[in-house]
Ligand binder design. Sequence first.
Ligand code: ADP
Ligand code: MG
Length: 486
Amino acid sequence: MSNLPADASHALEERFRLLLEASPAGVILVDREARILLINQRVESWFGYSRDELIGQFIEVLVPDSVRPHHIPLRDGYLRAPTVRPIGSNRDLHARRKDGSEFPCDISLHPLPQKDDDDLQVMVHIVDITERKRLEAERRQQESHRRLRFMIDNLPAGAVYVSDQTIAANRATEGITGYSRQELRTIENWFTQLFGDRAAEVQAQYNADRALRFPATRTLEIIRKDGQRRWIEHAAYGDDQHEVWLLHDVTERIRAQYQVVQGERLAAIGEMMTALAHESRNALQRSQACLEMLEVDLESQPEALDLVRRAQRAVDELQRLYEEVREYAAPLRLELQESNLRELWMEVWSNLAPSIGTKQIAFHDDCPFVPAASVDRHRFCQVLRNVLENSIAALPSAGGIVSVTSLDARLHGKPALQIAIRDNGSGMSAEQRARLFEPFFTTKARGTGLGMPIARRIMEAHRGEIELGPAESGTEILLRLPMATT
Ligand code: ADP
Ligand code: MG
């Protein structure tokens, strides 16, 4: 520069200064002793020092207190053999402001060529990376949220996060319950939708468990959105603010256990009944024969005759009970045949005329199509008869409506046919609904309480199911049969 005219040299210096001030980086010039010779405006504002305070100071004034002792030998080493390089490329660097606070930064060193070693000057470039670090941390956090979400959403078990009365459910939970996350958003919705009449009771148990920090896993019966009842295992973990629930659908397991128990029970009942029936048959036949003889003798005595007839009816009932119990307990062997189900229920209905008696019953069979399925006709007719007989019995003497409809449905995730049999009769109390399929449960003076258990056994032998539908008045029975998949 020295051979430029003074004016030109001055202009160049001025431009150099403007360039320095315009730089987005902080620029510090130090001499070979590591003393600060020059800084730009950015250094002043980032570090909070004025130019006068920094000029002449050792560079260490800008180094965090904890690093300062190591810095001196490092910079001495560098100043003996300076090269252009970034520093701290494998660790996070920080700079110290005047007030002692620190900020993350990138630093690179540029030795300026000099004629003489003693004139060595090094330009230090420093960039405040607080904002970049913040964005990086934010991005990392978003990414880890995204991964966590993905993991929870794709968990094969139902997972639910609960906080402040709101619920976030994963995809498997939607599958288990049939409800969308939106529909399950609050604790309130959860209990009322999944537990129907029992919502208050189940919620009270949940609150009690919660107070004890969930000591046990619960097995609960839920009502899916499509009306199906399923069993879920519900495990909860949490504290006062956050909770996680894990849900497993254990319906198949419970069903299998029930079938084993039921099978054993039935085998025992069957054996007992066979023995009992054998012993009793003769006795019953003898009483029947005696009663018939008496009937002839007593023709002229109407009161005595009435007693005989009552005794005969009692013997008949006893015989019917034996037959039903045997039917219920005997092994089922099905002869499956592709059948037009509509024909079957029309036939069953017309054979029920004696039970209908004088009741005025409108029988609707509203089917958009003729349902066909592979069933054991005799057994399936028995199911229809047992269900329809109950409907007839539930209607008042004035009569009412019985309807049969069928539609496509799903059973254990496979295509199925669902037949709904409805009546607008007396309906059932909650206790009756709960005990409907229990053997020997009856509310009728002459009932056996085996009609529905037998129907269930036959439906299960068909790999189908029978259950109570969600009727608001009267009763609805749902029969589901698997459809042959071709
Ligand atoms: P039973 O008919 O011999 O009593 P079921 O197993 O067929 O035995 O039925 C058990 C009980 O369920 C009946 O006694 C009755 O209380 C109730 N029930 C069944 N179906 C209906 C219905 N459609 N409407 C009202 N109650 C019903
Ligand atoms: Mg019945």
